[in-house]
Design a binder for this molecule. Structure first.
Ligand code: RIB
Ligand code: CA
Length: 304
């Protein structure tokens, strides 16, 4: 059983990642820490309560994290995720409050369970960087860190940079320069091979579950945007990190060192250098059929 904390900026693809982690029998989701990114912090918190309500897991605690990046940068992606971060789907807010501070939760949980906790970071890395900077033992005590981020070829914010690393490049540099030993990085080079194609859209739209139908509805805005960008549907970036923890056959990894540009025109660009026994494992290929089988068999069909 994988003990996991998800750090997210929900966000549409974050929604799929959170649902997959919450529903998988191979993952014990200890909590969700929220960071501003795709949408503002309060929207992210509100959406996480809705997501947990959708899968009847509202006992999972949610923690409030960083409202701005380390250097007060702030961009939002309402063109994909909607103004409310949930595809502009209107829903009755879930009457819940957060369970505390995200950075404290990350530090306390990891340090009280050395070598046992994996963090899955699918938003800007601000919360993780703050935990590293505030506690000298956090990085060493973390079992593993799985990150959605980086653009080996073409970025999705600038031509160089992917959103999570562009939003907080300084946090990303803190993370890759830290003592964390097991970093797994999943970038746009592999996630753009995972469009929610028409076949999958029809499956969600026609499925006899409210959850599936809601997922269809919240993906409409992003699907239109990604198709305009030339993709064959909405790119589900974030859930690949969770799917890899469930079944590592879903992606092929290579050893590499990673550095991040923190200023100038290249800001947020990741420099990935192949290196035997490199500090990170970086994904270079992915199995889309296996990915969607894991995702939908777990989240929609409740098979495992
Ligand atoms: O670039 C894609 C990443 O940025 C995803 O995590 C998406 O949710 C946004 O946070
Ligand atoms: Ca995200």
């Amino acid at each position: 059983m994988n003990k996991v904390i998800i750090d997210a900026d929900p966000g549409i693809d974050d929604t799929f990642a959170i649902l997959l982690a919450a529903e998988s029998r191979y993952i014990d989701l200890l909590g969700i820490t929220i960071v501003a990114g795709n949408t503002g912090l309060e929207n992210g918190i509100r959406n996480s309560f809705k997501i947990l309500d959708m899968c009847n897991k509202d006992f999972i605690p949610v923690y409030k994290g960083a409202e701005v990046s380390l250097e007060n940068r702030s961009i939002e992606a309402d063109y994909v995720h909607g103004k409310n971060g949930f595809g502009d789907l209107d829903y009755e807010p879930i009457r819940r409050s957060t369970s505390g501070d995200a950075i404290e939760f990350l530090i306390n949980t990891v340090n009280n369970n050395p070598g046992e906790i994996s963090v899955i970071a699918v938003g800007p890395l601000t919360n993780v960087a703050l935990a590293i900077m505030r506690d000298k033992d956090f990085a060493k005590n973390l079992k593993s860190l799985l990150i959605m981020g980086s653009a080996k070829v073409e970025g999705n914010v600038t031509k160089f940079a992917e959103f999570n690393f562009y939003q907080d490049p300084h946090a990303a540099k803190v993370v890759f320069d830290s003592e964390i030993e097991n970093i797994y990085l999943f970038g746009l080079n592999v996630t753009t091979k995972l469009p929610l194609t028409e076949k999958y859209e029809e499956y969600l739209k026609n499925h006899d579950s409210e959850l599936a139908n809601t997922l269809y509805q919240i993906t409409r805005l992003g699907a239109a945007f990604d198709r305009k960008c030339g993709h064959d549907g909405l790119i589900l970036n974030d859930p690949l990190t969770v799917a890899y923890l469930i079944d590592s056959n879903v992606a092929e990894m290579m050893d590499a060192d990673v550095d991040i540009a923190i200023d100038g025109e290249l800001i947020g660009k990741s420099f990935i250098t192949l290196k035997e026994n490199g500090k990170c494992k970086v994904a270079y290929d992915v199995n889309p059929e296996l990915f969607y089988q894991i995702l939908f068999d777990t989240v929609i069909e409740k098979k495992y």
